[in-house]
Design a protein around this ligand. Structure first.
Ligand code: ASP
Ligand code: MG
Length: 437
């Protein structure tokens, strides 16, 4: 069995939805994971924001606009009156559900219920498209098997058991459609796997069902060796390891949600990145083995803040780092990059929600400086500790750009650098010139 996940743009309009039919309509058994139509989750987030702010009229207006857009989708998607009628009814039932939230006090729980509507609608519309085309397919509700625990992590035991049970209900169908992103939490309430989480859904399902392959379909041919939005002549990487892919996904390559590498790696299930616009292209294959190359790819992550802590108390002291880390832990803020000297530490975070509180607590330990608008550049390649002569080209490429931090030796697969975001595009272009000649 394979898992085929199609993102928001791949189901972004009626033509794109119809274009998926030839990709999935073959005798192989598959679970098709769909995102919401592109833009929908953002609109639902906006509606929830307006409800929080008690701007009921504005929320209703937005809701009606989105409803109207979907009625148009239905008109264009189906050929027959029968399916158009059912489609309109389906849309009305979902938007009435959202509208009902304007009548009560608004809570986080209700926000999650609103956000789940995007995937529920896209999968139902797509399932009906299958029926109209006389293609046998089952619609499997993700809320009946996908679940996170109290820490927000997938509850693999529950998922495996429940997915098995649900799959037994549709032994005849080769095409099984389900929602990405949405799940239940430990209390059985509707929740989600965080923005962009449909890739994660696909990987979790792939791991839980021991699939042969997990395919993530987007509109680019796979991982590129640099960011095609800023750099010309980037190349597709055909093979990459789970570890390398995790570094790239985490440090900026937008094509794959970083959490989605883990479940696949755990069960050693290959992940293939494919392009719906160019399905004959083989894409990028992510597997356990790693073919070392000096430089494989470069990616950048923006929105980084650096905190620099200086304290003479650190000199020859033990336990100092623990105190620093405990402060970040207290604010549930993960640290990305660290460098230390004898009396100072520099740390980066990508979530600056509590940065002022963290800085205040850190000041108990020493002097603290914060700098924002930073970017991490991650170079994936061969940085094994035993090799010599690694990385001179990186420093040659960046010799006109101030380097704020360098992290080398943390992983054999990557080297990361911190620079001002204003230098990012220049840095990416210089790196391509020097590393991928
Ligand atoms: N629809 C969700 C989002 O926009 C999940 C996803 O597309 O992966 O974040
Ligand atoms: Mg995505």
């Amino acid at each position: 069995m394979k898992i085929m996940k199609f993102g928001g743009t791949s189901v972004g309009n009626p033509d794109r939805m119809r274009a998926l039919i030839p990709l999935i309509n073959d005798p192989d058994k598959k679970i098709v994971v769909l995102s919401a139509m592109s833009g929908t989750t953002n609109s639902l987030v906006e509606i929830a924001g307006l409800l929080y702010a008690d701007k009921i009229d504005e929320a209703s207006l937005k809701n009606e606009q989105l409803r109207a857009k979907y009625h148009q989708v239905v008109d264009e998607l189906y050929a027959t009156e029968k399916f158009k009628k059912s489609g309109h009814e389906l849309i009305d039932s979902h938007f009435e559900y959202i509208r009902n939230f304007t009548l009560r006090v608004f809570t986080k729980l209700q926000e999650k219920a609103i956000l789940s509507q995007g995937e529920l609608i896209s999968t139902s519309l797509f399932h009906m498209l299958m029926q109209e085309n006389n293609i046998r397919a089952a619609l499997l509700p993700a809320l009946s098997f996908m679940r996170i625990d109290k820490d927000g992590e997938p509850d693999y035991f529950y998922i495996e058991e429940n997915l098995k049970r649900e799959l037994k209900k549709c032994p005849q169908e080769n095409i099984i459609i389900t929602q990405g992103f949405i799940c239940r939490n430990a209390y059985g309430e509707i929740d989600n796997l965080k923005r962009g989480g449909s890739d994660f859904t696909a990987s979790i399902i792939g791991a839980a069902s021991r699939a042969d392959e997990i395919q993530i379909w987007t509109d680019i041919n796979g991982f590129h060796n640099n960011d095609p939005r800023f750099v010309e002549n980037t190349k597709v990487i055909r093979n990459i390891s789970f570890d390398e892919a995790a570094e790239l996904a985490y440090f900026g390559a937008k094509i794959l949600h970083p959490s989605s590498v883990n479940p696949a790696r755990e069960k050693n299930i290959p992940v293939r990145l494919k392009n719906t616009m160019e399905p004959e292209d083989i894409g990028t294959l992510i597997t356990a083995d790693c073919k070392w190359e000096d430089y494989k790819a470069v990616a950048a992550k923006d929105g980084i803040s650096v905190l620099r802590i200086r304290s003479d108390r650190m000199l020859m002291a033990y336990g100092f780092l623990r105190k620093v880390f405990e402060i970040f832990e207290a604010y549930k803020t993960p640290i990305d990059m660290i460098t230390t000297s004898e009396v100072s530490i520099s740390l980066t975070v990508d979530n600056s929600e509590f940065i002022n509180e963290i800085a205040k607590d850190l000041r108990e330990l020493g002097g603290v400086e914060i700098e924002q608008n930073q970017s991490i550049i991650c170079v994936v390649g061969d940085f094994r500790p035993e090799r010599t002569g690694s990385a001179p080209e990186i420093f040659e490429a960046l010799n006109t750009i101030p380097l704020k931090m360098i992290s080398y030796g943390g992983s054999p697969y990557s080297l990361s650098l911190l620079i001002d975001t204003s230098n990012k595009v220049d840095a990416l272009r210089q790196l391509s010139k020097h590393l991928f000649k």
